[in-house]
Design a protein around this ligand. Structure first.
Ligand SMILES: [Zn+2]
Length: 89
């Protein structure tokens, strides 16, 4: 049950004016707006979470992240061995 902010009398949740003092209620629509905003935020967060799950599940860069360092290490050692071979000659 809701009460008038002005006089403290019980009020209908439907009416926007207090039947005793005529005080105009505004917090009902405010709370509804907040609920809508929270719902929007929750939907946005849910979408972001889904995006993150998709990114981690099937990232197009994940195979390269493993191949590129191995390639560089192999290239470095190949160059190192080639350098030793050239010096020995
Ligand atoms: Zn009132």
């Amino acid at each position: 049950m809701l009460y008038c902010q002005n006089c403290g009398a019980k009020r209908d949740s439907v009416s926007s004016y207090c039947s005793y003092c005529g005080f105009q209620f505004e917090e009902k629509s405010d709370s509804e707006d907040k609920d809508v905003k929270i719902e929007e935020l929750e939907q946005k967060i849910a979408r972001l979470e889904q995006k993150q799950v998709k990114d981690t599940k099937s990232g197009p860069f994940s195979p390269w992240m493993a191949i590129v360092p191995i390639f560089f290490v192999a290239a470095f050692f190949g160059f190192f061995i080639l350098l030793i071979w050239i010096i020995r000659l």
